[in-house]
Write a protein that binds this ligand. Structure first.
Ligand SMILES: [Zn+2]
Ligand SMILES: [Zn+2]
Length: 174
C-alpha cells in the first residue's frame, strides 16, 4: 500500500476497502477487515439504558452495542442499517456475559439453540433477543435522529489486532 488510506467503496460484488489514491493505487481490502481495523482504533461502545420490565414492571438496565452507529463515521452508507446488537457477535457477547450479571445465555426451545440476552435485574425475565435493538425505544430515536448516544455510553471495550475471533465474526457478517 502507498501513503493513502482505505475507504469504503462499492463495487459489482458489494462493499470493499479501496485505496484513497485510486486510480493511482489499486490496493484493496475486504470490507470485514476494513471494519475490523476501524474498531481496533475506536473500540466497541456498549450502551446502557433503563427499561421497564414487561413482567414485574420494575426498572431494569439493558445493554447493547450498535455497531452501525459507529460505522456511520467510517462511511455514511452504513447509516441505512442499525440491526447489529446484543446476541449477534459472539466475541462481544462473551465479554458482556462475564462482565454484566444480567446478560445471560438463554435457551430457545423454538429454535433449539442458545443465545445471549438481557434479563431483568429484579425478576430475571428475559428482555428478549434483539428486543432491545428492534424495539422502538427512545434510544433508537437518538440513534437515528439526534446523535446523542453518548448519554447512554456505558463503556468502551478495546479491540486489538490479535482479537481474531472478532475478525472471524465480522467476516461472517460483512
Ligand atoms: Zn494506496
Ligand atoms: Zn422484571
Amino acid at each position: 500500500m502507498c501513503d493513502g488510506f482505505y475507504k469504503v467503496r462499492e463495487g459489482k460484488y458489494g462493499l470493499f476497502g479501496g485505496c484513497s489514491k485510486f486510480p493511482n493505487c489499486k490496493s484493496t481490502l475486504k470490507i470485514s477487515d476494513l471494519i475490523f481495523n476501524f474498531f481496533v482504533i475506536k473500540g466497541i461502545n456498549i450502551y446502557k439504558w433503563e427499561k421497564e420490565c414487561y413482567k414485574c414492571k420494575n426498572i431494569t438496565f439493558v445493554y447493547s452495542y450498535f455497531l452501525y452507529y459507529e460505522l456511520e463515521e467510517l462511511d455514511e452508507i452504513f447509516s441505512i442499517n442499525h440491526g447489529i446488537g446484543i446476541g449477534d457477535i459472539s466475541w462481544i457477547d462473551n465479554l458482556l456475559t462475564q462482565q454484566i450479571k444480567t446478560i445471560k445465555k438463554c435457551f430457545s426451545k423454538t429454535t433449539n439453540s442458545s443465545y445471549i440476552a438481557n434479563t431483568c435485574s429484579n425478576c430475571g425475565a428475559l428482555q428478549g433477543r434483539n428486543y432491545v435493538v428492534s424495539d422502538p425505544h427512545e434510544i433508537i430515536t437518538d440513534l437515528w435522529h439526534d446523535h446523542t448516544m453518548y448519554k447512554y455510553l456505558h463503556k468502551n471495550i478495546p479491540v486489538t489486532n490479535n482479537d481474531f475471533q472478532l475478525l472471524f465474526n465480522f467476516r461472517e457478517i460483512f
